[in-house]
Design a protein around this ligand. Structure first.
Ligand SMILES: [Zn+2]
Length: 92
């Protein structure tokens, strides 16, 4: 019986003394982008002056006659509501 030493597994590897790959130089910093200080604000939409609701239906804004200066704000959204209101006999 002869004990045979197991063959050492051959590991293919780099031979010592191989030239090393030089490390890449660090990348230059990216150019600074212009900083946006804040989220752009939505353009201010000029809100119509507070328009009272129609006295009759109370669901639609009263009609505003913008052809006059200053604007003439009516009590009703339209003629129909005005007539309905008058016919109903309501008083302000
Ligand atoms: Zn109305």
């Amino acid at each position: 019986m002869s004990a045979q030493a197991p063959a050492a597994p051959s590991i293919p590897g780099r031979a010592p003394g191989a030239p090393q790959i030089p490390a890449l130089p660090p990348l230059p910093p990216l150019p600074a982008l212009p900083q946006f200080s804040a989220v752009p604000q939505a353009p201010t939409v000029p809100q119509a002056a507070t328009v009272p609701l129609c006295k009759n239906c109370k669901s639609r804004p009263a009609y505003v006659d913008r052809s006059t200066v200053p604007f003439s704000t009516h009590d009703f959204c339209g003629r129909t509501c005005a007539n309905t209101y008058i016919v109903s006999g309501k008083t302000v």
